[in-house]
Design a protein. Structure first.
Length: 103
C-alpha cells in the first residue's frame, strides 16, 4: 500500500508491531537512515529474497528507498511472499521530513 509521507509517518508512530525496512544500496544506507531501519538491498536479487524469508511475516513493514520506486517493487515482492501489511513510502527518503540518523 502506498502511503504519503504524512500517512506513513503517522501510521508508523502509532504502530507497536512496526519494522522499518530500507531497501537502498549499502552506499545509500550509509548516508543516513530513518531511525531503527533494518537494511536489505533490493539490488542483491536472490540475497534480498533470502533475507526477506528470515523476517517475521506477522509484523507490519514500512518500506522505503531513495524515491519510492524500489520500495514499491519490494512491497510487491513481499506481498507475493505472504507478508500481509507492507507500506511503501511515496517519494522515499529524499522527501522525508522526519528524523534521519547514521546507521
Amino acid at each position: 500500500m502506498d502511503l504519503s509521507q504524512n500517512e506513513w509517518q503517522q501510521k508508523l508512530a502509532a504502530d507497536t508491531n512496526a519494522v522499518v525496512l530500507d531497501v537502498r544500496t549499502d552506499e545509500e544506507y550509509q548516508n543516513g537512515i530513518i531511525p531503527n531501519a533494518i537494511h536489505n538491498d533490493i539490488y542483491k536479487g536472490q540475497g534480498f529474497i533470502y533475507r526477506l524469508d528470515e523476517l517475521d511475516k506477522t509484523k507490519n513493514y514500512y518500506v522505503y528507498c531513495m524515491a519510492g520506486a524500489r520500495s514499491a517493487q519490494a512491497c510487491s515482492i513481499m506481498k507475493q511472499m505472504g507478508f500481509e501489511n507492507v507500506y511503501n513510502l511515496v517519494g522515499g527518503i529524499m522527501n522525508w521530513e522526519g528524523e534521519i540518523v547514521n546507521p
